[in-house]
Design a protein around this ligand. Structure first.
Ligand SMILES: Nc1ncnc2c1ncn2[C@@H]1O[C@H](COP(=O)(O)OP(=O)(O)O)[C@@H](O)[C@H]1O
Ligand SMILES: [Mg+2]
Length: 529
């Protein structure tokens, strides 16, 4: 067999030649050939079986010309599909599975026939040559509708057979190329997937950036609010503190001297009385002046007049104290203070706004104070929170209770309210505007301050935006939308507390402020004066 000089590339026939074909002599009985083919097939390992029958051993009575050369299952199955009929080293025919089908279909009795009797007339074979390649074989297969092609050497000897199966195996590298192409397609897809992933990643990065931008914007808005507020408050605070200070001095003169003035006047009145007793008949000029000035009336009225002057001076002193207490410019550090004092000073500043107005009855302030310990806080800032919430409550009551036909009940209500418990007070108070301020010590060493009103209340949508900077439902010029956002910052950021609002339209509103009695870190510096 000639092996040298053949192209060893993937298209050469050489690698596809099966050299283990079954070879028989022409006079071998057909039945023996069929048995041989069957035996050759049975050498193949059946699925899930290890048993293998050695055809050569079992058929030792076959003609010695029979070459049972199959050495492995694949070669055996390949070779079992056909038998080469050889006489004196020359190929005389090829008998294949297809011939068995042909004979069976024709109803031919297979006994008493030799293989030579049933060989197909046409013998197609291929001479071994370097000019032939696998495509020559494939075209012969197609042209003659055959699946086995004997290859004949130059000297006429049989080299082996080429079958569909052997060609398939040889072409596997070509398949590999196809697979490689597939792989390259897969790489393309992978590239695309990678690009898509990168796109998605950059998309999510963009989204992240947008979120961060939004957060920065919110922070900016907050800072802006704070700056406006800080600016406003520091100048307003300074102004208020300045005025308070300026008023404080003269009012102290008045307040301090009123006691002496009272004393002096009482002395003078006493002296006049003495004159009157000892000189009951004064000269006509004195009688005339006494009548002119209505001395008796002056005598009666003067103590009252002094009393009301003292009351007025008292009020001014309280107000000045409240103003100073409210602004607390002098207290940059956190201090332990009485929260109720802060609420009270805020209320006294708002006193005028609580009074009855045309179209609205007086706002009743109902207090339910618990016994609170001193709370560590920036008192001035916290008072600012009370001020913002109370001012909003007054505004809300203005809207809800702005009716001229409002309850006459009010005239008697204050005294009646003072007689009843809190529940009764609220029950009775349904018809007039009220603000309820209650305080409570919470279990976790926090305190809660609740400020509720029976104003117009809020929708859920407003409730959700309440603490946003610049959010207002009030007409332009009336609302700035800063009060609650500043209050939120003061409570949460400056005091580590919480602030929330519970409200429904037409049901009033309740603001709950919760702050720790003692602050965790003492570093909080005052951003707002
Ligand atoms: N007690 C309340 N009852 C009803 N609405 C309220 C109350 N408190 C606050 N609001 C609503 O919250 C909005 C924001 O309040 P705020 O931040 O103080 O700004 P402003 O008072 O300038 O509007 C108000 O415009 C109002 O709609
Ligand atoms: Mg407000």
């Amino acid at each position: 067999m000639q092996q040298t000089g053949l192209p060893l590339n993937s298209l050469a026939i050489e690698p596809a030649i099966n050299r283990h074909a079954l070879v028989v002599a022409p006079d071998i009985p057909l039945t023996d050939v069929l048995a041989l083919m069957s035996r050759a097939r049975s050498r193949c390992v059946l699925p899930n079986s290890n048993s293998r029958i050695d055809a050569a051993e079992e058929n030792s009575n076959f003609d010695p010309l029979i070459h049972q050369l199959a050495v492995d299952e694949e070669v055996a199955s390949d070779a079992a599909g056909c038998v080469l009929v050889v006489q004196e080293k020359q190929l005389v025919g090829i008998f294949t599975n297809r011939d068995i089908v042909r004979l069976t279909a024709a109803g031919t009795s297979l006994t008493n026939l030799t293989i030579a009797d049933v060989l197909p007339k046409q013998l197609i074979s291929l001479n071994q040559s370097t000019s032939h390649d696998i495509f020559t074989v494939i075209s012969l297969f197609r042209q003659h509708h055959i699946r086995h092609l004997p290859i004949i050497a130059d000297d006429g000897e049989i080299v082996g057979i080429v079958t569909h199966e052997s060609i398939r195996k040889v072409l596997q590298p070509v398949n590999l190329l196809t697979r490689l192409r597939l792989v390259s397609n897969v790489i393309d897809i992978l590239d695309r997937v990678a690009a898509e992933t990168a796109l998605r990643k950059s998309e999510s990065q963009l989204r992240e950036q947008a979120t961060r931008l939004e957060q920065t914007l919110q922070k900016l808005q907050k800072t802006q609010t704070q700056l406006i507020h800080t600016g406003k408050m520091s100048s307003l605070g300074q102004l208020v503190a300045g005025i308070a200070h300026e008023i404080n001095n003269p009012i102290n003169f008045i307040y301090g001297n009123i006691t002496y003035a009272d004393q002096y006047i009482q002395d003078i009145v006493h002296l006049l009385q003495l004159y009157k007793n000892y000189y009951p008949e004064p000269v006509p000029e004195i009688v005339e002046v006494a009548e002119d000035i209505d001395l008796d009336f002056v005598n009666r009225d003067l103590p009252k007049l002094l009393g009301s002057m003292k009351l007025g001076a008292d009020r001014i002193r309280d107000l000045v104290l409240s103003l100073r207490n409210f602004v607390r410019l002098d207290e940059a550090e956190m201090k332990y203070v009485n929260i109720h004092d802060g609420i009270e000073s805020t209320l006294s500043i708002l006193q005028n706004q609580l009074k009855a107005k045309p179209g609205r009855s007086e706002i009743q302030v109902i207090k339910d104070y618990a016994k609170l310990p001193s709370v560590e806080c920036h008192a001035g800032q916290l008072n600012q929170v009370f001020m913002n919430i109370l001012s909003n409550a007054i505004d809300a009551l203005e809207i809800q209770h702005n009716s001229t036909a409002i309850r006459q009940l009010l005239t008697t209500s204050v005294q009646q309210i003072n007689c009843g418990g809190l529940e009764t007070q609220i029950e009775r108070a349904e018809d007039f505007p009220w603000i309820l301020i209650s305080t409570e010590v919470l279990a976790n060493n926090w305190v809660a301050i609740r400020i509720a009103d029976n104003g117009n209340g809020m929708s859920e949508e407003i409730c959700n935006r309440l603490f946003d900077p610049f959010f207002t439902t009030k007409p332009v010029g009336e609302g700035k939308g800063l009060g609650l956002s500043i209050s939120y910052q003061i409570v949460t950021e400056k005091h580590g507390g919480q602030i929330k609002c519970i409200s429904q339209p037409g049901q009033g509103a309740e603001f709950v402020i919760e702050i720790p009695i003692q602050q965790q870190n003492h570093s909080g510096s005052l951003a707002i004066a």
